[in-house]
Design a binder for this molecule. Structure first.
Ligand code: FCB
Length: 457
């Protein structure tokens, strides 16, 4: 059968499409004790009262986890390196830690997985946080020393590099809304931190190309950012409230991603970030990483002063929401892919997409409906390299703690054995990866309620 073909009974994906899963160091490894998040968790600030602690103990159980992924026929894995582990104190680079990461990467290679490696996923060493985190003008240089060390030691492994994960999230949550460390509420801090992230990304992009111009397959290295793209819409209330919602939605889109995309695609800082030009940032993408989960509808609420009078948690009647309260809106993934492709014209990697669903009742449908939207974009000729489902395994979900379960593999964090129990969705995803297709038979088996939407019956 011709690749990418669409038949009444099967959505076929391109040859070599990467069926991967995604994680981040702090959320699964456990024991990231020299980090700012670890310190923050111990202030009792996590909603369900947990702390990351040993997390899923991936640090020690990686071999078992990789074997499970291989058994399930998954093809790729996205993981992160933790700066706080590699450089727990200023200028003290821990060689044992790097050797441990090397063994993890060797094991992934041994199993034949495509490796997507993230250098920074929000978490800082505590010593960096104590020196003013990204507001300290020296932090970008410190980050570059860490990045250089890791690229030098481990740079032969990644098939895809993610210089940083969703820098807009800590910029917004940690600096504008005060909900993540370091809990600032300052537009000035948001802008300064954003510019620091952008500078660090641009320099890391060029450093990787200089130090490792080729990927393991002999092609030029592929470097990008995993950007967060919520689909943001105004609620459209009647009267002045609707006007405020539309105004806020247009600003929110810029703050969340349009401003960032503008700066990277044109090389000129968007007004949302301000400041002088950022050296060598233009075109500093070889592919576009998309993290997509949800639609966010912004509704005016005069009680929500601390949220700039906006309630972003509402879903219209009839729209399903997840365990996080996030709207399920598969079409947003297609619309995001289209607009990112139009702007950058670069191949796309879905670096995250997934759902918190303890019972696994919604996940099968979520997966096949989002994949149908990916396939729709592929049919239109947009080059999409792969899809990394968030997440391989249940993990520590930042502010929410362990209560929110995103894993294809279930783990009870308080189970002394941390037993890995594949959910039904893990087998669904396995079936898709093996066939390189979403077939009618698969959807009928795992998510019969989605047959009509997936196959347009
Ligand atoms: C993304 C983060 C990831 C995870 C998912 C649910 O924004 O990159 O670490 O928390 O959300």
């Amino acid at each position: 059968m011709k690749c990418n073909a669409f038949s009444k009974d099967s959505l076929n994906f391109p040859d070599n499409f990467i069926w991967g899963t995604s994680t981040a160091g702090h959320q699964v490894e456990g024991g990231n004790e020299f980090s700012d998040w670890w310190a923050w968790e111990h202030e009792g600030l996590i909603e369900d009262g947990t702390v990351s602690g040993r997390a899923m103990d991936y640090w020690n159980r990686h071999e078992e986890d990789h074997a499970l992924m291989a058994k399930l026929a998954y093809k790729g894995f996205r993981l992160g390196i933790e700066w706080a582990r590699v450089e727990p104190q200023k200028d003290r680079f821990d060689c044992d830690v790097v050797e441990h990461y090397r063994r993890i990467l060797q094991s992934l290679r041994k199993h034949g997985f495509k490796i997507c490696l993230t250098l920074h996923h929000w978490v800082l060493p505590r010593w960096v946080a104590e020196q003013g985190d990204w507001l300290n003008p020296d932090t970008v240089d410190h980050f570059m020393r860490y990045a250089k060390f890791v690229i030098n030691e481990l740079g032969t492994f990644p098939d895809y590099w993610v210089t940083m994960n969703e820098p807009m999230v800590p910029a917004i949550m940690g600096n504008l809304l005060g909900k993540f460390p370091p809990q600032r509420r300052s537009i000035r801090a948001y802008r300064a931190v954003s510019r620091a992230y952008l500078r660090a990304h641009a320099r890391t992009y060029h450093l990787i190309h200089k130090m490792h111009p080729l990927a393991p397959d002999g092609n030029p290295s592929r470097v990008g950012v995993a950007m967060a793209y919520p689909w943001i819409e105004p609620w459209n209330s009647p009267g002045p409230a609707g006007w405020y919602e539309r105004f806020t939605a247009s600003i929110a889109r810029r703050v969340a991603f349009e401003g960032w995309d503008h700066t990277i695609s044109t090389g000129k800082p968007h007004w949302i970030h301000g400041g002088p030009a950022i050296a060598d940032i233009k075109n500093s993408y070889d592919y576009c990483g998309i993290n997509y989960y949800t639609r966010v509808s912004l509704k005016y609420d005069q009680r929500r002063r601390e949220q700039y009078w906006i309630d972003d948690t509402k879903a219209a009647p009839g729209i399903d929401v997840t365990q996080m309260g996030w709207q399920i809106y598969p079409e947003g993934l297609y619309r995001t892919i289209r607009s990112v492709w139009k702007l950058f014209g670069k191949p796309i990697l879905i670096t995250e997409n997934g759902i918190a669903d303890d019972t696994d009742r919604q996940r099968p449908r979520y997966i096949v409906e989002h994949l149908a939207q990916v396939h729709r974009a592929i049919r239109e000729g947009i080059p999409i390299l792969g899809y990394f489902h968030w997440s391989f395994i249940d993990n520590f979900e930042w502010r929410e703690g362990f209560a929110k379960r995103f894993g294809l593999i279930a783990v009870q964090h308080d189970d002394p054995d941390l037993t890995r129990a594949p959910r039904r969705s893990a087998y669904l995803y396995s079936d898709i990866a093996q066939k390189n297709a979403v077939t009618r038979e698969t959807v009928e088996t795992y998510a019969p309620e989605a047959v009509a939407t997936v196959f347009g019956d």
